[in-house]
Write a protein that binds this ligand. Structure first.
Ligand code: SAH
Length: 364
């Protein structure tokens, strides 16, 4: 929600100063998604705001719920006609996480990721990022959909069995885009998300994921030392990493290691290293040895956690590692005292899982 614009409208309407606080409370704390529902405002002001101001900075183009109802993906149409996506994921009943996008498309073009395939469109504004949370909160509450401009047929039809009324506890910047290439806007959104006057999320409930931009890692440590960091590592040798993740040509594994060391000095916080298991590409015993050696060379083993991720199909170019390859790989890490888990993938059947966000319509 564009607070500055709202302030201006209220001022021009001659409203007293406390109105702004009233509207902010209604939107950010009570999750109303329509001004018509703010009963503390006069009828005239409600209709003026309905006419002149939109709570959300985008329209909802499509909402799709997975078969198991554990994930819901929304395609968002931005005012300039570009698209981005956001995903709501249930880790357990009534406990939701949101996967936020920070760009429309992505410039990094990692070979295994659907987002990069469509190219890069533009950075999202801070407001377009935080509005994804406002949208999901309103959606969970099953409020009026008018202000969301969400086509009626997508509401209700896609309602998960237990979803509405559950709480939204975690936020991950793992949607479209690279947070550290849009740092000013991501920073603004992190400020608003953790502002007790606005969203009021705890820093530890938020994670930012990067493909490994050293300056970004240092900025996160300086500005938000309590926010979690995840690094999409996926390969522990430069030649292979550069082949599948072009960003590695500019910022290689040695630079990433140095940034992580600085990060630990500053924050002493745990870092997640994400590692997609790609059959025949990075899942051999030799790959596990390289990964273990790299992780050990960073130091601070107790602060590093390797998250093995199963590959979500995006193009047919890669395939999922076999159970046998995964357990051989994981056992090697465990024997080498490296903290590791295999992450359960959510959202695959709505193409809302990691790496599957393409920003396109799927239903028609
Ligand atoms: N650019 C940031 C944020 C995107 S997060 C980053 O790279 O971290 C998206 C996460 O999904 C990243 O860890 C990414 O590497 C991972 N991912 C991309 N494609 C995937 C796929 N097909 N299957 C599983 N994970 C994938």
């Amino acid at each position: 929600m564009n607070i500055e614009k709202l302030k201006k409208i209220l001022e021009e309407a001659g409203e007293p100063k406390f109105r702004l606080a009233q509207v902010k409370k209604a939107v950010f704390k009570d999750s109303v998604s329509s001004f018509a529902d703010i009963s503390t405002l006069s009828k005239n002001l409600r209709s003026l705001l309905e006419k002149e101001f939109k709570i959300l900075s985008f329209d909802i183009e499509e909402i799709k719920t997975s078969g198991n109802k554990f994930s819901v993906k929304a395609l968002l149409r931005l005012p300039d006609g570009n698209f981005t996506e956001t995903v709501l994921l249930a880790s357990r009943e009534g406990n939701w996480s949101v996967c936020l996008s920070c760009q429309a498309g992505c410039p990094l073009n990692c070979a295994f990721c659907a987002t990069g395939k469509g190219g890069f469109k533009r950075d999202l504004t801070g407001e377009e990022i935080t509005d994804q949370i406002l949208f999901w909160r309103g959606w969970l509450k099953n409020d009026s959909t008018r202000a969301l401009s969400c086509p009626d047929e997508y509401v209700g039809a896609s309602s998960p069995d237990y979803g509405r009324g559950g709480s939204l506890s975690n936020i991950v910047f793992m949607g479209m885009g690279e947070p550290f290439l849009n740092w000013e806007n991501v920073k603004k959104s992190l400020r608003d998300l953790t502002d007790p006057e606005l969203f009021g999320f705890g820093s530890r409930a938020i994670s930012v994921s990067t493909a490994g931009l050293p300056e970004g890692i240092l900025k996160l440590a300086a500005d938000f030392p309590q926010i979690n960091l995840a690094v999409s590592l996926h390969f522990a040798e430069d030649v292979k990493r550069s082949q599948f993740m072009p960003i590695n040509k500019k910022h290689n594994l040695a630079a990433l290691k140095e940034a992580l060391r600085q990060y630990f000095l500053k924050t002493r916080r745990k870092v997640m290293l994400e590692y997609i298991m790609l059959s025949g590409i990075n899942d051999s015993l030799a790959d596990a040895e390289k990964l273990a050696a790299y992780v050990k060379s960073i130091g601070k083993l107790q602060l590093l956690h390797v998250n093995l991720i199963s590959y979500n199909d995006t193009s047919g170019e890669f395939s999922v590692s076999s159970a046998k390859a995964i357990s051989r790989f994981q056992n090697y890490l465990i024997q080498n005292r490296i903290n590791t888990t295999m992450r359960k993938s959510l959202g695959g059947d709505v193409e809302g899982a990691c790496g599957q966000l393409a920003g396109k319509r799927s239903m028609i």
